[in-house]
Design a protein. Structure first.
Length: 237
């Protein structure tokens, strides 16, 4: 293979290499956007990290905005797929939220660039309004996840009367975003994990949550209660 052919392949991959190249490109862009920000990140910088030529980027994304949006979408899909898997086996708000916290710890431990990118999104939107239309659906997705967790808990009698559901949603959202920022500021996975364990213990000991009563049925609603619990899943929200 000649040098000219090799360079051409890096610039425009064959179909068989296309998916792998796109994945590598998105990972490189996520890292660069998280470290340097949207404005300071260049195609040359991303290409260097990805091991591609700058021209290769345009075969996948016509502009830097399109590339940023693709990174955002990929990150959102990955995070929420992992959260859904994490909370799936659990049925109470405390257990579900605790599982979501555990997922966030694992994601940051495995790939710190994800948290670095997510934390920077709000800043980038404020300084580059043209990004808003791309990221707003993802931000609503985060709010909707917390809202549905709280709605389900209230419906099952897990939250004491007098506790505002809206305030509870706000609190849980603040905890998630605050721990995310903490993880990037200290860049210390064991320290983040230790903080999350303390938070989970506090959630289990708070007076905000009540133990939901079993619905009427045989043996204190054993079979009926199990069926009700199994029917509550993310796909039903």
């Amino acid at each position: 293979m000649t040098q000219k052919t090799a360079v051409r392949r890096l610039g425009r991959p064959r179909d068989a290499d296309s998916a792998e190249t796109r994945t590598r490109l998105l990972a490189a862009a996520r890292r660069c956007f998280g470290e340097s920000g949207f404005e300071r990140t260049t195609n040359a910088q991303i290409a260097d990290v990805a091991g591609l030529t700058p021209a290769a980027i345009y075969h996948y994304f016509p502009s830097k905005i399109d590339l940023y949006a693709a990174v955002f979408d990929e990150v959102q899909e990955y995070i929420y797929a992992e959260i859904e898997k994490g909370i799936g086996p659990h049925h109470t708000l405390v257990d579900r939220f605790s599982a979501a916290l555990d997922v966030s710890v694992r994601i940051h431990r495995d790939d710190p660039s994800i948290a670095g990118f997510v934390v920077d999104v709000n800043y980038e939107v404020q300084h580059h309004p043209e990004l808003l239309s791309f990221v707003e659906p993802g931000r609503r997705r985060s709010a909707n996840l917390v809202r549905r967790l709280c709605q389900d808990a209230v419906a099952k009698g897990e939250v004491h009367e007098g506790v505002s559901r809206a305030a509870l949603e706000d609190l849980l959202s603040v905890l998630l975003s605050g721990l995310l920022r903490f993880s990037t500021s200290v860049d210390d996975s064991p320290r983040q994990a230790a903080a999350v364990e303390v938070l989970k213990a506090m959630l289990r000991s708070t007076d905000v949550f009540a133990t939901p009563a079993d619905p009427p049925g045989p043996a204190h609603g054993g079979a009926a209660h199990g069926l009700a619990a199994r029917s509550t899943s993310l796909r039903d929200w």
